[in-house]
Design a protein around this ligand. Structure first.
Ligand SMILES: [Zn+2]
Length: 275
């Protein structure tokens, strides 16, 4: 974990320091080695959250963009079950940062536990993550406004285990190996896959990373998902109507051409004169 209580104050790990775990009240020890991000650890193998995972610098860089009291926020269910949220905002929603692979059962359990949740998933875990997204991008159709897309093939762009979440999933490709200038450009913003589908199509938003942080400070819910889905559905209906109208227009032009061909008076055949 990132913070422990030292003399009652939230403190980052520092070599040789001992603190108290906020979740269980047991002593924790600072681990400040050269490889893993500096952290506090319990004695032996003990972890006080069954969902605990080793944290990376990627986690910490994201958490640092939020106030300290929001980070590693301990949440309790009425049953007494408790888990440590990566970030739980003052407005009452949770952001979980996920770098490593997550089993389906645990993903579902975390979504059910936190309720008002957004995932931020590292798109740099596997070397194929960014190339696959670049390929999948070809199927994105812009709708309604700048940065809003639909795709009938979300599985071509995103890892399969994140396709059917009940919470929005923000993919962060910033730490993925870049293959070209185009891939660097694509990796600058976050790409958010919304839950549910509109007319069988997935909705994807392109969002600057600072915007996510700003919204977390300002909003009760990170994204008004239902409103966005309704607006996308309306936009798709209008696009389809415009497409149908265009088909009718082109067909009437073609019919007009054919009719002119039929009714055009025949020109007299030239006869060869004999001299
Ligand atoms: Zn503990």
């Amino acid at each position: 974990m990132r913070f422990a209580l030292v003399d009652g104050i939230l403190t980052s790990p520092s070599s040789g320091l001992t603190g108290v775990c906020r979740a269980c009240g047991n002593p924790v020890f600072a681990r400040c080695g050269p490889i893993r991000a500096h952290h506090w650890t319990h004695r032996g193998e003990r972890v006080c959250d069954s969902w605990h995972e080793p944290r990376t610098q990627w986690h910490y860089a994201w958490q640092d963009r939020f106030p300290k009291p929001w980070q590693e926020f301990i949440r309790y269910a009425p049953s007494g079950e408790k888990h440590i949220a990566d970030v739980h905002t003052g407005h009452g929603f949770t952001i979980e940062f996920q770098y490593s692979y997550l089993k389906l059962e645990e993903r579902l359990a975390r979504e059910a536990f936190h309720g008002n949740l957004a995932w931020v998933v590292s798109g740099g875990r596997l070397t194929r993550d960014l190339p696959r997204f670049l390929e999948g991008l070809a199927s994105f159709q812009p709708v309604w406004q700048e940065g809003v897309y639909v795709t009938p093939f979300p599985e071509r762009a995103f890892p399969r285990n994140w396709l059917d979440c009940s919470a929005p999933v923000f993919f962060d490709f910033a730490n993925a190996p870049k293959l070209s200038d185009a891939s660097s450009l694509v990796a600058q913003p976050l790409w958010c896959l919304l839950p549910k589908r509109v007319f069988g199509k997935a909705v994807v938003l392109r969002i600057p990373r600072n915007t996510l942080v700003r919204w977390a400070h300002e909003r009760d819910q990170l994204l008004p998902t239902q409103t966005i889905m309704t607006q996308v559905a309306r936009a798709l209906v209008m696009i389809e109507r415009a497409r149908q109208a265009e088909i009718v227009r082109l067909r009437s032009i073609e019919i007009g051409r054919q009719q002119r061909r039929v009714w055009r008076p025949r020109t007299k055949r030239r006869r060869f004169r004999r001299y």
